[in-house]
Design a protein. Sequence first.
Lengths: 174, 266
Amino acid sequence: MKRLIPAALLGLISGLLRVSFFAALPAPFAVIDPIIFLIIWYVADYAPDKALAAAIIAGASIDALSALPFASNTLAYAAACAVAILLYNRIFTSHDWPGILVMSLAAYSSILAVLLLLRAASAVLGGEVFFEMTITEYAPQFFSNLLTHSLVTIAVLFAFSILRRGHHRNSSIR
Amino acid sequence: MRRTSRNLTVAILALAGFFVMGLLGWLSPVTSPITRALTTVAGPFYRAGSTFSRMREAALYDALPEDAMDRLITENAKLHSLSAENEALKDAVDYRERFTEDLLLARVVSPVSDASFFGLIIDRGADDGVRVGQPVITGDGIMVGKILSVRAQTSAILLLSDSRSRLAVAVQNETNTIGVLEGDRGIAMTISLVPISEQLAPGKTIITSGLEPGIRRGLVVGTIDSVSRNAQDPYQTAAVTPFKSAAHPIFVQILVSPEFGISGKK
């Protein structure tokens, strides 16, 4: 249990950054979701339990500062974590770029899909006033966010590979 | 692998249970203290992001002294409505105090980050007297939206530019044209179905008309950017530009009017 604490703390920080800092930035930066990168980092590091802990704590911190019913975002990020784990264990078993990119996109899509389903469920069960969104309104946002997220993922992977190359070079000089 | 699958299944089932409990409002006693703590931490994060957005906009749109300009337009609009109101009040025998609401200061902790609506989350909720429908202003009387939903410690504001937003407004022209301001996907605001006989012109200030229960006359909303008319159409449409100083508010004020009951709805 103790070994999950750092992952939970990182999840909390990522959740707060996502909901307060990144969401306040102008497009396309507003789409950046550090939680997904944290989840994929842990999944690719063979630590699915840490990924789940980070996803749950991050989702709960977003739920605390959201208008949606509590546990909506927690459930969405847990589902994203489940998708990432499933893909990593069954399909993309190595740390290659396309695999990480597809995992990131699948995780992000599952978050959007689960939140949409939960909003529909809330509208049916709780009668919230702000969930009356038509598919023509939602679809363009969905695809635009997905495209931006894929570009952000590529940028993060690129930055990561440069950093790693620099690190290897420094290590070999020493 | 089997252990991971079991953990995931248990977690997702438990969270689905929490979701239903959250929907029924049963989690409020547990979540309220957590929310209170997180709003304190989230405020500075939001401020940093919001400051970055303002700086970027200022760089993109040639940094005019927009705050000073907004202040002057707001003051001018106030003077106009105060003067008209003063005349009306002088004539009225049964004068009574109209503005009885209190201002409640709130800190914005997050913009709404999902695609359901364009809004803001603030650190004041039902425990502080916030109710659904109350108007929210920033600065010196610039209206930004209305309270959409309320939790114990936080509330969600529906911005005027959201497609679901409707507000009874008046144009500060000779005839005090009234109309309904509608939002458009978070990016624009329009007043439509204004008879062609009414004089609408770019630059005119839009204020709340006072016809909507709980929202007094004279709150400044924006200025007319352009007017579109069609020779065959008996109506005209005005595009309204909001004030730039209201774009990324860090603090807002809620007009807590006694007209709003405890139930949260009028």
